[in-house]
Design a protein around this ligand. Structure first.
Ligand code: SAH
Ligand code: SF4
Length: 443
């Protein structure tokens, strides 16, 4: 439940009139007052209760570091349990402000080119931690023109992202139009389907990055679970039902996926979806080198242009995406939730982060690898786990890398429990193939 619902509940519990809730929301979203104490229109008793329950200010996450360049502002936030996430504000000269937000602290999918992927999954963000990233910039006086889930983490691996979409689009809260929001995914099929059903106008970007499953598997292990064909079929359905454009992202990696042959393979792949091709748009993204994915090298501009020409000549909508922010490691895939700060003793540097070990989560029953990489200090609570090897289904708890099984239910019992837990199993599919067959989709 998001904090706004809890605030409404608190006002009802205190038997205060409903308009107090409206006054509270007006203070936050219209007047930009974030400290409860400063909301003088509200009765003192309510202000005190709000402070007691939610702290001094509406924004609960703590900005602990800023890096600014000409048009970008990267903020490192600390969450209540010490985990960290990064958010990037992009300020276009034309007066358009766009915000790149995180959905997870770290990420467990281990894409080979991505700095966030090297961290492993720390944990999913709560709905409030997601929306607070935007509220923080509102507090700084920024207007919010668009938001993309292209920061740390995989949005469809975190069920709370749908709650966040609710709050971000609710007229009485952030009030953004669905069309101002973009979700970028590595292709979690049930997540895409849920978005089609519930938020059909939200923009969808698929991180494609390779023209064949074989190559993509080497870069993005998720391909084993959701191969290209299955994801593109799902995107076809999305286009059919929403009539919305779908963006395909393709990062250009020297000698990996950038040859003429790769461009031809890509054309062939997309032509298999000819019926919907007019609504696909391909973005070629110059690869941003990171200190933690050094083995990958960006393609030259000449190569990118040659690649682009082949795709363009085949009649596919394509362009080369210009990015800013790479000078402060704020561009796509460069977010790693760490920073160097010589003044602050004890803070972790990037290299220290790298030295910290992270490991594949092992199935507690058969000890085989699941497809999730976690750091030793990851905390997972009531997490539904399906082992692709021994097919066990269970709820687990992970603390300091100690894994305990809470329950070993059958699929049906687990579904019911998950409803009680508010989990959307459909979005927790990164453990491996088969989970979507084993669990009923719950809504
Ligand atoms: N997990 C989601 C969203 C976050 S990443 C996803 O992967 O789609 C946002 C985008 O940055 C994705 O398209 C991702 O593939 C891309 N990306 C990751 N690392 C990158 C890098 N080093 N250079 C350029 N783009 C990168
Ligand atoms: Fe995670 Fe996306 Fe990075 Fe892959 S590219 S590791 S899914 S954040």
């Amino acid at each position: 439940m998001s904090k706004y619902k809890k605030m409404k509940q608190l006002i009802a519990d205190m038997r205060l009139p409903e308009y107090r809730y409206k006054q509270l929301l007006d203070a936050v979203f219209l007047q930009g007052i974030m400290r409860f104490e400063d909301m003088k229109l509200l009765p003192k008793t309510l202000r005190e209760k709000l402070v007691e329950q939610f702290g001094e200010t509406v924004v609960e996450i703590k900005a602990i570091h800023h890096e600014k360049s000409m048009q970008t502002d990267k903020v490192l936030f600390e969450l209540s349990d010490g985990n960290r996430v990064e958010t990037v504000g992009l300020f276009y000269k034309e007066g358009w402000n766009s915000f790149c937000i995180s959905s997870q602290s770290g990420c467990g999918f281990g894409c080979k080119f991505c700095a966030t992927g090297t961290l492993g999954l720390r944990r999913n963000l709560t709905v409030d931690e997601i929306t607070d990233q935007i509220l923080y910039f509102m507090q700084q006086g920024c207007s919010i023109n668009s938001i993309s889930f292209m920061g740390m983490g995989e949005p469809f691996a975190n069920p709370q992202v749908f709650e966040a979409l609710h709050d971000l689009t609710a007229p009485e809260l952030f009030g953004l139009s669905q069309r101002r929001i973009t979700i970028s995914t590595i292709g979690i099929v049930p997540g895409i389907q849920k978005l089609t059903r519930e938020y059909p106008q939200v923009n969808l970007a698929y991180s494609l990055h390779a023209p064949t499953d074989r190559l993509r598997e080497t870069l993005m292990p998720i391909t084993k679970t959701y191969p290209l064909g299955q994801v593109l079929d799902t995107l076809d359905q999305h286009i059919r039902q929403t009539n919305r454009k779908v963006f395909l992202a393709y990062i250009m990696l020297k000698d990996v996926n950038d040859s003429d042959r790769h461009a031809e393979q890509l054309t062939k792949l997309l032509f298999k979806h000819k019926k919907y091709l007019p609504l696909y748009h391909l973005d070629l993204i110059p690869y941003n080198q990171t200190t933690v994915t050094e083995t990958m090298v960006p393609s030259s501009h000449t190569r990118i242009k040659a690649f682009c020409r082949i795709i363009h000549n085949a009649g596919i909508s394509v362009n080369i995406r210009t990015q800013f922010g790479s000078d402060i490691n704020a561009a796509c895939g460069q977010l790693a939730g760490a920073y160097r700060d010589d003044q602050k003793q004890g803070e972790r540097t990037m290299s220290a982060i790298q030295e910290q070990s992270f490991e594949w989560l092992l199935c507690p029953v058969c000890k085989s690898k699941t497809r999730l990489k976690i750091r030793k200090d990851t905390i997972l609570d009531n997490f539904p786990l399906f082992c692709p090897k021994c097919k066990s289904e269970m709820l687990i708890c992970v603390k300091q890398f100690h894994i305990s099984i809470i329950k070993e239910p059958d699929a049906q019992t687990q579904s019911r429990q998950s409803v009680a837990l508010g989990c959307e199993l459909s979005a927790l599919l990164f453990f491996g193939a088969g989970i979507n067959q084993s669990y009923r989709l719950i809504r």
